[in-house]
Design a protein around this ligand. Structure first.
Ligand code: M6P
Ligand code: ZN
Length: 194
């Protein structure tokens, strides 16, 4: 047996705190979405305008080991979505199709409870429950949005191809065909005008 002295065991570049999903390591980017960044997403615009526009609705931490758009790499993210509502509609992410629409993604629940809203290109919607340990395979060609239905922050992880990109325009123009609102203290889907 020859000893290989030139192979070192090093610490990994990234770490995940398993209690809260926080990621640590080199060049992690953070982006914040305030209420004002979500104009046009919620149905009740009067209720929207009455809320503090600077309020943080969600923040994303992400590891981008390669440049966005590069084929073959992976991105890793963690999102914290605050609890709350605009009128009777729960706080949610903008949601998107992928720019390269044939790219898939994994989401998983870390803390809190919520709903993953999914929509195909024919605008058919369905939804999966999110909770600590839930795991969601989001197929290619499927738009995805997360919704916090609980009283505490919803944290979830994500992993997606580095060349997937985000197509927000379709959602800004036409929205999802279903909205999740609170009725008698419980989430219920209603059809969406936009
Ligand atoms: C996850 C990933 C990211 C996405 C983020 C927030 O972390 O899907 O790509 O940016 O959620 O969602 P959105 O881009 O729809 O605001
Ligand atoms: Zn995505």
């Amino acid at each position: 047996m020859n000893k290989l002295k030139n192979i070192q065991i090093t610490n990994p570049i990234y770490n995940v705190d398993y209690l809260n999903g926080n990621i640590k390591g080199k060049s992690i980017i953070k982006s914040i979405k305030r209420l004002k960044d979500l104009a046009g997403i919620f149905e009740d615009n009067n209720a929207f305008l009455k809320l503090k526009q600077e309020e943080i609705i969600y923040s994303v931490q992400a590891i981008l080991p390669v440049d966005e758009g590069v084929e073959g790499g992976l991105f890793y993210g963690k999102t914290i979505l605050e609890p709350g509502k605009v009128g009777n509609e729960y706080f949610m992410t903008k949601g998107h199709f992928h720019k390269k629409a044939d790219r898939a993604e994994f989401y998983w629940g870390i803390l809190g409870e919520g709903v993953l809203l999914l929509m195909d290109e024919e605008r058919n919607c369905w939804a999966e429950k999110m909770f600590p340990g839930s795991l969601h395979y989001i197929n290619a060609f499927i738009a995805h949005r997360t919704i916090n239905t609980g009283d505490v922050q919803l944290s979830f992880g994500a992993c997606w191809p580095s060349d997937a990109g985000h197509n927000y325009q379709e959602i800004i123009d036409n929205g999802f065909s279903a909205r999740l609102i609170e009725v008698n203290g419980k989430p219920e889907f209603v059809s969406s005008q936009k």
